[in-house]
Write a protein that binds this ligand. Structure first.
Ligand code: HSE
Length: 379
């Protein structure tokens, strides 16, 4: 399909900006005849600079509430958030618009007419959706997408009986303001102990007391997150669904099985989702029950062969500490998987431990959407 007119909404926010960076880096705009940029507040202002080789003359920004203008698009990519999707998508469809809607928000993910896109893992499911005339292609939850990229080889081999996941999720999952606030909290914690740190005579307990007082202080910047995150963690993400489960935890099984195209033979996936004081990489520790007890080397090969971004880190101290961390992975497309080890549980065999890290803004958000535009182009 030729991508004649593609509209972008929410392209200036955090996920939208990463999407723009990646599209410019991969020359994706050269596939689009006429990109059009929408705005909720600055209609008429000049459009963005797409770099020297895009070859486009970008028209001024268009009002994102203008349904007539949106309905002229062959595809719309929204990183504007769930409220915009809620307010716009159904109205466009009810006018008979049958273009492609690509979205980072969760609103339409579980709708029966949508496909969750993560093409290295579920290209076949995407192709089936396209062939069936589906028009809504939605990016998955970041934690789920990163798990699926990491364990692609095991899921797609049909080897997984069940998984439990303990997550260590970055502030970026809560939005740009929570990232800023985390850095501000780190600064406040450091300032509270700066003088004590430079005095070698001061006890570490004095330093600890000063930092703890700063984190508990009403002066700590915490308006966005609600609580101290620097030097601490938050064991609840997203809404409380009742019965002890957060919405983030519910998404694990629901979205993973939809990504894999499972109907009625869902893989049990349970998680405990935790926010940690990291900027933009989610980490996850898995316990995986395999249907067959394979040697760990064979499992490692299956994991590594699954896609171009996953790599296995030897389960040894030095490579784990050097490569399997948010500091190492941030702003890359790498999905390292390590700490692969058979667990002795129940003596029943087939229990595997694994740990993975991935950039929440790349494979967790922007990358599957920009790749879906390319798939539409080839379609
Ligand atoms: N809900 C995720 C989080 C991010 O809060 O980390 C978006 O998928």
């Amino acid at each position: 399909m030729k991508l004649n007119r593609v509209g972008f909404v929410g392209w200036r926010g955090m996920v939208g900006s990463v999407l723009m960076q990646r599209m410019i880096a991969e020359h994706d705009f050269s596939l689009i005849d006429q990109p059009l940029f929408f705005t909720t507040s600055q209609a008429g202002q000049p459009g963005p600079d797409l770099g020297p080789d895009s070859g486009h003359k970008i028209p001024p920004l268009v009002d994102a509430g203008d349904l007539d203008a949106l309905a002229r698009m062959d595809a719309i990519v929204s990183c504007q958030g769930g409220d915009y999707t809620q307010a716009t998508h159904a109205r466009l469809r009810s006018r008979g618009w049958c273009g492609y809607w690509l979205d980072a928000a969760s609103t339409l993910r579980m709708a029966p007419h949508s496909t969750i896109v993560l093409d290295p893992v579920n290209r076949a499911v995407i192709e089936r959706g396209l062939a069936a005339g589906q028009r809504d292609f939605i990016g998955g939850n970041c934690t789920v997408s990163l798990m699926m990229m990491a364990l692609d080889g095991l899921f797609n081999a049909g080897l997984v009986e069940w998984v439990t996941v303990m997550t260590y999720q970055a502030a970026s999952g809560g939005g740009a303001r929570q990232m800023r606030e985390l850095v501000a909290q780190m600064g406040a914690a450091h300032r509270s102990a700066e003088a004590l740190l430079t005095d070698p005579g001061r006890s570490i307990l004095d330093i600890d007391e000063a930092v703890t007082a700063a984190l508990r202080s009403a002066q700590l910047p915490a308006a966005q997150t609600g609580y101290p995150l620097a030097g601490s963690l938050l064991p609840w993400i997203d809404r409380d669904l009742g019965e002890g489960m957060s919405r983030e935890e519910w998404k694990g099984a629901a979205e993973a099985n939809k990504i894999l195209g499972h109907n009625g033979r869902a893989i049990p996936i349970e998680s405990v989702c935790i926010r940690v004081g990291v900027l933009r990489c989610h980490s996850q520790a898995f316990t995986i029950k395999l249907k067959r007890d394979l040697p760990v080397d064979e499992i490692g090969e299956m994991v590594e062969r699954a896609n171009d971004w996953v790599s296995v880190v030897a389960n040894e101290r030095e490579p784990s500490l050097a490569r399997l961390t948010p500091a190492a992975v941030t702003a890359t497309l790498d999905i390292p998987v390590g700490r692969l080890r058979k667990l002795s549980l129940n003596g029943s065999g087939g229990h595997l431990a694994a740990f993975s890290v991935g950039d929440q803004l790349l494979w967790g958000a922007a990358e599957p959407l920009r790749r879906m535009l390319r798939i539409l182009h080839q379609h």
